[in-house]
Design a binder for this molecule. Structure first.
Ligand code: A3D
Length: 320
């Protein structure tokens, strides 16, 4: 059986890490595409030279030509610019929308059957635009944000309780912005929901509130530390988990920016909700009942995403 083909559009910080992880996990052969000449070629060669040391089989190719992504099974998009200290994700909209137009044309022509994971910010609006430009069917294109946001939440909770990250599960809804909605009552340690852990005296509501606030600001915390560029190890790991679930039909339940067509009362919008990812892409959207305060937070987050979508329409008249 031929190996799967994974195309990475953007070979920057996240793209390079994706290429390395996809090789280490033997997910398939890898094509790195970037407009910066030499960068995808250099990273491809460097990672390919690590394969004998780590003992994995994958071929690597760096390219400036979309023709080389032809027939890709999975495409992960990080092309564009990341934020710098003081910038919000939304400040990237104008530049990255143009980038999505070019990427969308490349996907439409050479990889219309791929499962597409978009990472470029502002995430929810960019995946919406990329779907419009590429015409990839809605169930085969998602945005990566929730796996990362919930991983941050899990990390901080594991540190708080001094337990293994493996036994912490966390639930995050909404857009990938500072108004995302970490859902405390659906987050558990060893199956015990967080409110019960407060009652058991393991932590306090004040400490949980601080962890929720830190999760919401998780991306900004790293931007402020790095000073040039944004997080890349955890975002890459998160997108690889989504790609792997598709390629191996794992049917994992993961939060993703998925297309909502009436679910949660939302239309024509990509926003973070739990989904099942398997061989058919987004196979199911998990629609949970929200309490009134959670619904208010979710609606607020959706409204922010929709205002960015309107801004995209204002910039590019072809988007409707
Ligand atoms: P960076 O290291 O700058 O890589 C981006 C790459 O895109 C560069 O190598 C550019 O040359 C390339 N590029 C620019 N324009 C094009 C184009 N038209 N076609 C192909 N390639 C192009 O950034 P990064 O890898 O750190 O981040 C990439 C994106 O991910 C940014 O928009 C970040 O804001 C975003 N990001 C999202 C998350 C989420 O959780 C959603 C987390 C972290 C970063």
């Amino acid at each position: 059986m031929a190996r799967k083909k994974i195309a990475l559009i953007g070979a920057g910080q996240i793209g390079g890490t994706l290429a390395h992880l996809a090789g280490l996990k033997e997910l398939g052969d890898i094509v790195l595409f970037d407009i910066a000449e030499g960068v995808p070629q250099g990273k491809a060669l460097d990672i390919a030279e690590s394969a004998p040391v780590d003992g994995f089989d994958a071929t690597y190719r760096g390219t400036q030509s979309y023709a080389d992504i032809a027939g890709a099974d999975v495409v992960i998009v990080t092309a564009g610019v990341p934020r710098k200290p003081g910038m919000s994700r939304d400040d990237l909209l104008g530049i990255n929308l143009k980038v999505m137009e070019g990427v969308g044309a490349g996907l439409a022509r050479y990889a219309p059957d791929a499962f597409v994971v978009c990472i470029t910010n502002p995430l929810d609006a960019m995946v919406w635009a990329l779907q419009k430009f590429s015409r990839i069917p809605h169930h085969r294109i998602v945005g990566m944000a929730g796996v990362l946001d919930s991983a941050r939440f899990r990390r901080f909770l594991a540190d708080e309780f001094q337990v293994s990250v493996k036994d912490v599960s966390a639930f995050v809804l909404g857009g990938h912005g500072d108004d995302m909605v970490p859902l405390v009552r659906y987050s558990t340690v060893g199956g015990v929901p967080l409110p019960a852990l407060v009652e058991m005296g393991w932590t306090s509501w004040e400490r949980l509130d601080a962890i929720v606030a830190r999760t919401r600001q998780g991306g900004g915390e790293i931007v402020a530390l790095l000073k040039s560029g944004s997080a890349f190890y955890a975002p890459a790991a998160a997108a690889i988990a989504m790609a792997e679930s598709y390629l191996k039909d794992q049917k994992r339940v993961l939060p993703a920016a998925a297309f909502l067509d009436g679910e949660y009362g939302v239309e024509d919008t990509f926003v973070g909700v739990p989904v099942v990812i398997g061989e058919r892409g987004v196979e199911r959207i998990v629609e949970i009942a929200l309490a009134s305060d959670e619904k208010a937070m979710f609606d607020n987050s959706v409204a922010s995403v929709q205002s960015l979508i309107e801004a995209c329409k204002g910039i590019n008249g072809a988007l409707t």
